[in-house]
Design a protein around this ligand. Structure first.
Ligand SMILES: Nc1nc2c(ncn2[C@@H]2O[C@H](COP(=O)(O)OP(=O)(O)OP(=O)(O)O)[C@@H](O)[C@H]2O)c(=O)[nH]1
Ligand SMILES: [Mg+2]
Length: 187
């Protein structure tokens, strides 16, 4: 962390990954509205970047969220980018088992390649569509444990759980930055 006018400044980089149409962009857009983000939004080929300054207790927190497109061809680039991230959100659609299978592959990739402390959040989206559910809450929870991360179900479209999910990730990132992965995992 750097110091500025007596305040700590922490910079956090977050990436959100998931198959096409799971709701990544909806999540980012709703997050921006719910948390009243004054967004500095940059669109580039293959991703969009959201930036935000926060004050959490006495800490200045600068957060960047990289929202990716669910295309296989970006995978290698994304793996390289994850290496520079402090937080990762893996998102699947609870009504589409294939999107959950895709996330299982990502979980293995992240476990295998990532070296630095990384706050991890597994999100099952579209839980407003419970009648069409293909992935149970329990399956999601188990893979959240395998991922060594937090697990939540949300509805991006209904803004249900979005601000809470962001806060959970932010707190995890702060803990990891202060204490590192080892301390967290020993708990
Ligand atoms: N019912 C329901 N629909 C949702 C929810 N979140 C997103 N959707 C819908 O799912 C569709 C895809 O959402 P996007 O946010 O564009 O998905 P994405 O993951 O960004 O997709 P790509 O950018 O193509 O990878 C849209 O029609 C959304 O309105 C949700 O929580 N519930
Ligand atoms: Mg999108």
């Amino acid at each position: 962390m750097q110091r500025d006018e007596g305040k700590d400044i922490a910079n956090f980089r977050v990436i959100i990954i998931g198959s096409q149409f799971v709701g990544k962009s909806t999540f980012c857009e709703k997050l921006a509205i719910d948390c009243q983000w004054n967004l500095d939004l940059i669109y580039k080929l293959g991703y969009s970047l959201y930036k935000r300054d926060d004050i959490l207790k006495d800490h200045m927190v600068q957060v960047e969220i990289l929202n990716t497109l669910g295309y296989e061809r970006y995978k290698k680039k994304l793996l390289e980018y994850i290496e520079r991230c402090d937080g990762i959100i893996l998102m699947y659609d609870i009504t589409e088992e294939a999107s959950f299978d895709e996330i299982k592959i990502w979980i293995d990739e992240v476990q295998e390649h990532h070296q630095r402390p990384l706050a991890r959040l597994l999100l099952g989206n579209k839980n407003d569509l419970d009648d069409e559910r293909e992935v149970s809450y329990e399956e999601g929870r188990q893979f959240g444990e395998k991922f060594k991360g937090k697990f939540l179900e949300v509805s991006a479209q209904k803004s249900d759980g979005i601000a809470h999910a962001y806060r959970v990730l932010l707190l995890e990132m702060i803990l990891k930055k202060v204490k590192g992965d080892d301390v967290i995992e020993r708990k």
